[in-house]
Ligand binder design. Sequence first.
Ligand code: CA
Length: 225
Amino acid sequence: MKLLIVEDNFQLADDLSKFLAENGFLVEIADSLHTAFEKISVYNYDLIILDLGLPDGSGLDVIRKLKKINKDPGILIVTAKNAVEDKVTGLELGADDFITKPFHKAELNARVRSIIRRKRLMGNSILQINNIKINTDSREAFVDNNMVELTRKEYDLLLYFMYNKGRVLTKENIAEHLWGDHIDQADNFDFIYNHIKNLRKKLQSFGAGNNIRSVYGMGYKFYEL
Ligand code: CA
């Protein structure tokens, strides 16, 4: 899962980003409204952690912008203690939840997970398609209830495929989602093929069907069989 932290306090952003990365997220940072606008226009995120007090404007404009460009990531607003109005406006605009500074990182992590469960995983921490199952809390994958040892990238890839079931994912989509925004400057995306090949091989060696298929000239798709 890919997150964007919009936060102008470098120390806090860096600290949160390291913590969330340890918890299995891919994390990008925007330190101003301007940068946040640029990033959300070009890239996709599963969830945005949004500080409202930014040097060049209000984080609320990020929510307005997302609506305008028809993107619907989860949004967790970070507010100062007495900013009740901001909270209300943010929730009215479509934010999923808020957290008040100062907060414990464990609480932030719990809220992030809960929003992602609601928005991406239909309320479950278990995702199952055919005989392939993922437990997003323990970050484990199973075929017919046998655990399949996956690398971190293979797990992230499988999760990304499964919650985008039936949708074509381009190599660019996959690269950006698993390796981060900077990867769009890569010369080619052939390395993705190897990860997909290994993932398929592992799943099929445990008895999974041919769920992950390439779509000629476009990318890959996870099929429910
Ligand atoms: Ca701030």
